[in-house]
Design a protein around this ligand. Sequence first.
Ligand code: ASP
Length: 439
Amino acid sequence: MKGLHVAKFGGTSLADAAQWRKVRAIIEADPRRRIIVVSAPGKRDARDQKITDLLLLCHEMIENGIDMEPVFAKIRERFLTLARELNVPLDCTALLDDIEKRIRKHASRDFTASRGEYLTGKMMAAWLGATYIEPADAIFLHDDLRIMPATYPRLAELLEGPGRFVIPGFYGKNERGRITTFSRGGSDITGSIAARAVHADVYENWTDVSGFFMADPRIVKNPKHIAELTYKELRELAYMGANVLHDEAIFPVRDAKIPIEIRNTNDPHGAFTRIVPSRPTDPSRVVTGIAGRKDFVLFQIEKDLMNKMVGFGRRVLQIFESYGVSYDHSPTGIDNMSVVVRADNLGDKEELIVEEIKRVLEPDSVEVIRDLAIIATVGQGMIHCVGFAGRLCTALAREGINLRIIDLGASEDNMIVGINNEHYECAINAIYREFVGDP
Ligand code: ASP
């Protein structure tokens, strides 16, 4: 719908009354912000607990026959303090009593977890004088959490009419009519679904950072801010750990070509990042961002004439599949194939997998290299930029960093390198200096 914005507020934006007031000021500053999606209150400071975590703890305690009273008291206190300080015209005690009773009667884990968003949504709607939309009436999910297409027309119907609407994030209803939550951080997905349902002009995602930076500020000093990136660039950066947005949240809006803006509730007029379907390539800015992760494991399998053996790759990957280990990359050569997996996905299955590879494929050798870090350097169309790979490799060589993997592979927007964990920070800084300049 023309002129309509969906504004989703995350847990830290709703952590206490002062944050709620900022949220209200943001909503009221722009009449297009008519559809509001809320998370449950998050941490007020580093030592605090998120409401969702407290609810999950209550569930666990009840399931284990432990008295949840001290934990539920904290939840009650946080909501009642908010209601009192903000003068919310709603009987929160009655809602809390009902939730407590249901949790004590062994409500499901998802139902219990969803109550933070439910209460926040009820309170926000009452406080703003907006219409409350119940996700269980509108967001329909398959058991594997795929969104049923009927969700969109149903939500669009409920969101018709004047005034503002508030929808709790994080949950919907499954095929059997039961409350189901997305994975953690899933209110971002609800915001995206709502934006698509009403064909919003923009999906505003309000959080506690001003969007994305070109590198992790804990590694590179004062990295440059990213003003605009494509959905694809975001996927590549987010996958490698730049997690500001739930990584499934882009799909509903991407299909409808609705831009996402990552904005900072604590700095509403400051910089923000806009995620768009496409953007013109800027030759002076080849690299959009650099992200990475430590702790991968590389399996290197050598076998002469591997390239002539039909089904070799499939059988290798099948072994990983049979142990329930997903793989992240698989660079191949003529007589060798390697498979890169995350150490936490692999667990203690390394030896079993090596044995199986030896048994099934009779390779000339199998080598396992641990403590590997993977760095993705992301930028639209960078692979077409002459000399790009050379510059990146030279920048690392200058620091004496040995490259274990180079993968220019399948994506035009991404170059992957694998190095030892111990060189991770140094490598990110070297790449940043080469393409962006001194921090
Ligand atoms: N409250 C949920 C969580 O803590 C969902 C969300 O905030 O998006 O994961």
